[in-house]
Design a protein around this ligand. Sequence first.
Ligand code: COI
Length: 354
Amino acid sequence: MQEIKFIEAKNLKEKPDMKNLGFGNYYTDYMFVMDYTEGKGWHDARIEPYGPLMMEPASMVLHYGQATFEGLKAYYGVDGDIRLFRPEKNMERLNESNKRLCIPELDVDFAIEGIKKLVKIEKDWIPTEPGTSLYIRPFVIATDVHVGVHPSHTYKFIVILSPVGAYYKEGINPVKIYVEDDFVRAVKGGLGYAKTAANYAASLKSQVIAEEKGYTQVLWLDGINRKYIEEVGTMNVMFVIDGEVVTPELNGSILPGITRMSTIELLKDAGYKVTERRVSIEEVFEAAENGKLDEAFGTGTAAVISPIGVLEWEGKKITINDGKIGQISQKVYDTITGIQSGAVEDKFGWITKA
Ligand code: COI
């Protein structure tokens, strides 16, 4: 394994009020950086002071969006240990995204070593208030200076850290979601399953419209029929219909969420019936009309488990579980956050200690 150099910062920042973090507002003192050069591979791994990147205006990522990213979190455990939740899944997914965007793959173990080392250096930035964590944002960008359209020959892999609270202002309280039936986020064969900047750029217009209407996020329908449910802006989505948990199957245009995967695994383990299949928006609205839609919730690293209280689609509005958090959503939230903090036994082996 290559060595990770440490370049010390001259000054350290003042820490923010850890009780009032919001999401993505503060960044720590250091970042992990590694370069890629064709013929040489990934090299020059280092932890250096967090700061501006020097880039030429013709850098390829700025023009054609060859950019992938991940999101994971570090938690201070009840025992004082630092825990990461399934980091290998994030790094494996980053490689899947990289493959789709013609970006060279990373060594999963080495990337995790880099993240662990960075998090340990920044341990004083890990907040301890309930519902807070240190958000880890690894990303890869194309750095060739060239405006021709082809894959870059050079890249940077960077990991930055941000102490965060809840992603939504609602916290664990139910959010209102607007079902988008005009714009689409992704189509099969496109980039939908990859965690790339382009998917989030494609989502912004609808997000702004939904917010103007008083909604927190958009629920995307499939790009061809505008009929089958895909995902919400920053999370996968699950419905409890007549006691059964149903969630859209991974079809190529949906992000294969790690919280989604963990939720399915732990609910199945707890004896719930969980089905991954096509779920139409009509089915969900019909279930609501017939009193069979027990719960709806989103799953994501940033969003954790986020109950959905209201859905609006084509002018029709449904309120789910009286706008309150449901029993299954609460159970999944408690189990996952419990495993992350060490309060619940990690019987699935999901935790890596930093
Ligand atoms: C995450 O859940 O970590 C995400 O990447 C979603 C979002 C903040 C873009």
